[in-house]
Structures are given as structure tokens and as C-alpha cells.
Design a protein around this ligand. Structure first.
Ligand code: FUB
Length: 328
């Protein structure tokens, strides 16, 4: 209880204060240095980027993720903390495990799609949605029940198959939810963003493990995702392209190598002020005597560049991050 109060106090004190006070160049990696953070999801709203992360507090080799935090920036280098904006128990149906999330805007409201562990009797991971009038909350459970539960994907054999939501709204206003561990699933959302509008279909994506991120550029649809092949020590990011969010998807190869010192990596891609960016996490950052790792990760960002044919150039994971500015 004392530890919880202390961490709440620290978060309250850091809220709305610049996050970084470091000697490195502004914009260098990692972005967040005072806590461990993972599973970045970025959202552009006007002249700001909002960044949502799950907080890693594990001192063991298991996930311990109590809540989601939000940050914002106007220049991609100076980040302001908005503190904890949602926790699993804010969902009536959930108990713990603030796994990957994504916040999207539709018609002036902000929808926070999040993975968390479901209450009994089926304590599998599930996906819920919370809503707010502001990108920094307060977010409230939009349904009172999970949007995706384990029984909806009966072909998946483990209880963390329903994790890592990404939501994409197409030019015609139709929104789609993709998610999944080991298998990727896709379903249409109703216009209200909080109900399914059709069958769940499985998406064929070579080397797929988890963490999909959907985006579109011109006429091309992209899905980037964590991949893991037999014998690998950890995940890397792959991407595929299509002429429709419903596929079929053409595999385009590796976008990144493995994350340093972390078995997982997780993508988020945005365009902001004329430049594209790629967010991810690794386990290379230490805080005091707490060593980083697969369960104590740190969120980072790199510029992202496209080839003339619309494919994405491979991304190098750097210490400099965006401190050196985009290439011409
Ligand atoms: O952070 C918990 C889980 O690890 C996420 O849901 C996955 O994408 C992986 O990063």
C-alpha cells in the first residue's frame, strides 16, 4: 500500500512537467527515462502527438503492468507527461495486466482500445474500449463488458490470443479492429466504435506473432507487426501491404531487427508535420540499479522513410533517435 501511494505521488508530481532532464541531446532515445514503458501507441491531434504506453513495474521475469500513461509533444523531442490515464480496473470486466493499447479519434471523441486480463470465470486476456472527450482522459469504460473475449476466437489455443488492438478508420468512415497473438484477426466496428459489425475473420500474415499496427498512405494499406521465427531470441517487426484493409496482404519483409535486450518489440507509425515516425520499445535502458529487459522496457522513436514504390525503408534502432533531425 505504501509503495502504491509513493508511486501515485511520483506520477502526480511529474504530471504536466517535461519528462526529460538529461544530458543527452533532446530527442535521443529512449523517450521516457524515469519509468519503464512499453507498447507505444501514438495519435496525432492538431499540432500535438499523444503517446500512450503501458507501464512496466516488474522486478521479476514476468509482466507486471498496472496502468497506461499518456505523453504529448509538439516537436517530437520534448515530451510532457499526463500521468496515468487508464488502468485495467477502470474496466468493470477487467482485473489487471495493462498490455498493448491504441487510442483513436472519431467525431471528436477519443476511444481507448486496451488489452487487459478478464475477471473470473474466464481470466483470459480480452480487449475493451474506454471513451473520453479529451486525448488525456478521463477515459471511462464505454460498454461495461469486453469488446473481444477469448470465446470469440475459439481456434486460438492459449488464453492470451486476444491482445494488442489496432483500430483504423478508412476514408469511407468505416473503422476496423485488428488484434491477436499467434493469429491476427480483423472485424468491422459499428459507427459508434464500441460494437462489432460483422464476423471476425483471420488475417494471413507471414511470421505474425502479435502487436499489429494499421495505417494507410495514399492508396496503400499497411500492417506492421511483431514477428518471431523458430530459433529467434526475440521478435522483430515485419510489414505487409494491401489495396484494402481486408487484404489480401503482401509480405514486404523485415522493418526492424530485434529489440536490444527485449524478447518483444511493438510498432506504432504516424505522420506529423511532414515527417513519418516509428515508435517501438526495447530493454536496453536502466533506471538506477534496475536493469532494463523484456519486462522493464523503454519506448523509443525513429524517423521512418518510404521508398518510391510505397514500401518502407528498413529502420535502424539508434541512440540518436530524432535528435539529429530527419534526413533531407
Ligand atoms: O506488453 C505486454 C505484451 O508484450 C504486449 O501486449 C505485446 O505486444 C508485447 O509487447
Amino acid at each position: 500500500m505504501i509503495a502504491l501511494r509513493a508511486s501515485a505521488l511520483i506520477l502526480a508530481l511529474t504530471a504536466a512537467w517535461p519528462v526529460l532532464a538529461q544530458s543527452d541531446a533532446l530527442g535521443s532515445n529512449p523517450i521516457i527515462r524515469d519509468i519503464f514503458s512499453a507498447d507505444p501507441a501514438a495519435l496525432v491531434v492538431g499540432d500535438k502527438v499523444y503517446l500512450y504506453v503501458g507501464r512496466d513495474v516488474s522486478t521479476t521475469e514476468r509482466y507486471n503492468m498496472p496502468d497506461w500513461l499518456a505523453y504529448s509533444t509538439t516537436d517530437m523531442k520534448t515530451w510532457t507527461s499526463h500521468g496515468v490515464v487508464l488502468k485495467p480496473t477502470d474496466f468493470k470486466w477487467a482485473r489487471s495486466d495493462a498490455y498493448a493499447s491504441q487510442v483513436v479519434e472519431k467525431d471528436g471523441k477519443f476511444y481507448f482500445y486496451a488489452t487487459a486480463k478478464h475477471n473470473k470465470p474466464d481470466t483470459a486476456m480480452a480487449i475493451g474500449v474506454a471513451v473520453s472527450d479529451s486525448p488525456t482522459g478521463p477515459f471511462v469504460d464505454a460498454r461495461g463488458t469486453a469488446l473481444i473475449t477469448n470465446d470469440m476466437t475459439p481456434d486460438a489455443k492459449h488464453d492470451w490470443s486476444d491482445i494488442d488492438p489496432t483500430v483504423f478508420t478508412d476514408d469511407d468512415g468505416t473503422s476496423w479492429l485488428m488484434w491477436g497473438n499467434e493469429k491476427a484477426y480483423l472485424v468491422k466496428l459499428k459507427a459508434n466504435m464500441i460494437e462489432l459489425d460483422g464476423p471476425i475473420t483471420e488475417v494471413s500474415l507471414p511470421h505474425y506473432t502479435e502487436g499489429p499496427w494499421l495505417h494507410k498512405r495514399g492508396d496503400m494499406y499497411y500492417v506492421s507487426y511483431a514477428s518471431w521465427d523458430k530459433g529467434d531470441a526475440g521478435e522483430y517487426i515485419s510489414f505487409a501491404t494491401a489495396s484494402s484493409v481486408q487484404g489480401p496482404w503482401t509480405y514486404r519483409g523485415k522493418l526492424t531487427g530485434m529489440a536490444e535486450n527485449s524478447t518483444t518489440i511493438h510498432p506504432a507509425i504516424i505522420d506529423f508535420k511532414g515527417q513519418s515516425y516509428f515508435f517501438y520499445h526495447d530493454g536496453a535502458w536502466s533506471i538506477g540499479d534496475q536493469k532494463g529487459g523484456s519486462y522493464r522496457r523503454a519506448v523509443r522513436v525513429e524517423p521512418l522513410y518510404y521508398n518510391a514504390d510505397g514500401t518502407i525503408k528498413p529502420i535502424t534502432q539508434t541512440k540518436a533517435g530524432v535528435s539529429v533531425g530527419p534526413k533531407p
